[in-house]
Design a protein around this ligand. Structure first.
Ligand SMILES: [Zn+2]
Length: 333
């Protein structure tokens, strides 16, 4: 008869030590702009959140436009827009007569004139895009500067990108650093054949920070720090099961450890079950969930289950004044 094997419970009840960080977290935490953004203490406010998502959207627009400028075949000119100019010039050059006398030459003439207007159009279009990029870049700078003076904070130097642009055809041929190269217009470009533009635009770290909701985790960490806790954000810890658990924020004061999960999306029962199993695996008996959602969007059963497992859900994290959040943390039993 087969025996039922039950794994023995681990006798090692020692709490896990602070663990390893992923490479992208190390980069983010070393980024001077992000450091300033975190230390502003405003990450869990709607105003800074709005500013960051605006910066992200504007930067996406800038990147899209830069890639158009890097494309030597862009933009395809619509024939309609140059039709009249082409037609006028063809008439002027005796096209009607030429078509009767020499159709091959007439066709060559069409090609020549069309190409001329297309390339003029292309240059104009590229210059328009450069202006557009500069406008968006200025909008970002202005927004940040207004925010800083209104809130009395310094968000640090915003990342930027330096563009090297062909003087002849306005194609972007390099970013960040110049190197001699052949342009789409056929010229071999030396440094003197280019002009530069410095465009404010976020980098990969800041993009990751905003898009993947890391701002919420670091905002939560800062809050606990300000309340006198030792903290770690975004680390992997080995549970007693031997499984590596990804933790948003772990905090500790006087030997009491708490883990915090940060959610910008919906909270389902499943999220709580997984969070609770992490807590148990790590031997931590107090949990918090920081969410941007209101409580009435979380099912009562989910709330009840959380409470029964010593997990506090903090709703509307961006609408709750920081002083109230600190009060909650200072009253943790
Ligand atoms: Zn060129």
């Amino acid at each position: 008869m087969a025996k039922i094997i039950i794994n023995p419970l681990p006798n090692d009840k020692k709490l896990p030590e602070f663990g390893k960080k992923q490479k992208d977290r190390i980069d983010i935490e070393a980024d001077e702009t992000i450091k300033k953004i975190i230390s502003s203490g405003l990450l869990l406010t709607r105003d800074l959140n709005k500013l960051l998502s605006q910066i992200l959207n504007y930067s996406n627009e800038i990147e899209k436009n830069i890639s158009l400028l890097e494309d030597e075949s862009f933009p395809e000119v619509e024939f309609q827009t140059i039709e009249n100019d082409v037609f006028d010039e063809l008439l002027q050059k005796g096209f009607i007569q030429l078509r009767k006398e020499d159709p091959t030459k007439a066709r060559t003439l069409i090609n020549e004139v069309v190409r001329k207007y297309e390339s003029e159009k292309r240059i104009t279009k590229r210059e328009e895009i450069i202006l557009e990029i500069e406008n968006i870049s200025n909008t970002i700078e202005e927004g940040v500067s207004n925010f800083e003076s209104l809130q009395g904070v310094d968000l640090g130097n915003l990342p930027s990108v330096k563009l090297y642009i062909c003087k002849f055809c306005h194609q972007v041929i390099q970013k960040f650093k110049f190197a001699r190269s052949t342009c789409g217009c056929g010229r071999i470009l030396e440094f003197k054949d280019t002009y530069t533009k410095i465009i404010t635009c976020i980098n990969e770290n800041l993009k990751n920070f905003i898009r993947n909701n890391l701002w919420l985790e670091y905002g939560a960490e800062k809050l606990f720090q300000d309340c006198g806790y030792n903290t770690e954000c975004g680390i992997n810890l080995m549970g007693s099961s031997g499984i590596t658990q990804e933790i948003d924020v772990i905090v500790e004061k006087k030997g009491n450890k708490i883990i915090v999960e940060c959610k910008a999306g919906n909270i389902e029962l499943n999220n709580i079950l997984i969070f609770y199993s992490k807590m148990m695996d790590l031997g931590i008996f107090r949990g918090f969930i920081f969410t941007t959602k209101p409580l009435n969007e979380i099912e009562p059963a989910v709330q009840k289950f959380s409470t029964s497992k010593n997990i506090s859900i903090i709703p509307l994290i961006l609408e709750t004044p920081t002083v109230n959040l600190k009060e909650i943390i200072n009253n943790i039993k």
